[in-house]
Design a protein around this ligand. Structure first.
Ligand SMILES: [Zn+2]
Length: 165
């Protein structure tokens, strides 16, 4: 994990100081008072179901990931963006698919990456064209889809349970 060593506001060294129940990196200059809160970053994730591929679910491999690793399409929110709009935009940017319907699946803390995943089910249509962030994709029929037990896989698990329930 990258750690700040100097205050990004004033350049003073940082020291660990107990604030609000945890040790936090805090600016040594009391007049500055900058604190590294290390709060989780929200990201949107899409369980994309392709209308014109018999409802197959799209999993993608990020260009930075090793071979064989696939997960949901994810992305950051822009300032002032509604999460449901952000997921539609990310699906369009990363896969060129057009979202027809968006439904919240759930919220999933992902501690290892210090993220909060906002997971949506997205019914989509169109021709799949990946952008440079993604290396390859797989289309998996929902009845063959297997959830993984971390990160966006927990949203897949819940979505599958809802379909079968
Ligand atoms: Zn400072």
């Amino acid at each position: 994990m990258n750690r700040y060593r100097y205050c990004p506001c004033c350049g003073s060294p940082l020291e660990e100081f107990p604030i609000a129940g945890a040790l936090r990196l805090t600016c040594a200059d009391m007049r500055c008072g900058w604190v590294f809160w290390d709060n989780p970053v929200p990201i949107v994730a899409a369980i994309i179901q392709c209308e014109d591929r018999d409802g197959a679910v799209l999993l993608a491999r990020n260009a930075a990931w090793e071979e064989g690793k696939f997960a949901l399409v994810t992305g950051f929110l822009e300032r002032h963006e509604d999460p449901a709009e952000a997921v539609v935009r990310e699906v369009r940017e990363e896969t060129a698919l057009e979202a027809l319907e968006v439904a919240l699946v759930g919220l999933y803390p992902f501690e290892r990456k210090n993220e909060l995943i906002l997971a949506y089910h997205v019914r989509a249509r169109g021709e799949i064209v990946l952008n440079e962030e993604l290396a390859e994709f797989r289309l998996i029929p929902p009845d063959q889809l297997k959830a993984w037990d971390f990160g966006t896989g927990l949203a897949v698990r819940d979505w599958l349970a809802g379909r079968r329930g």
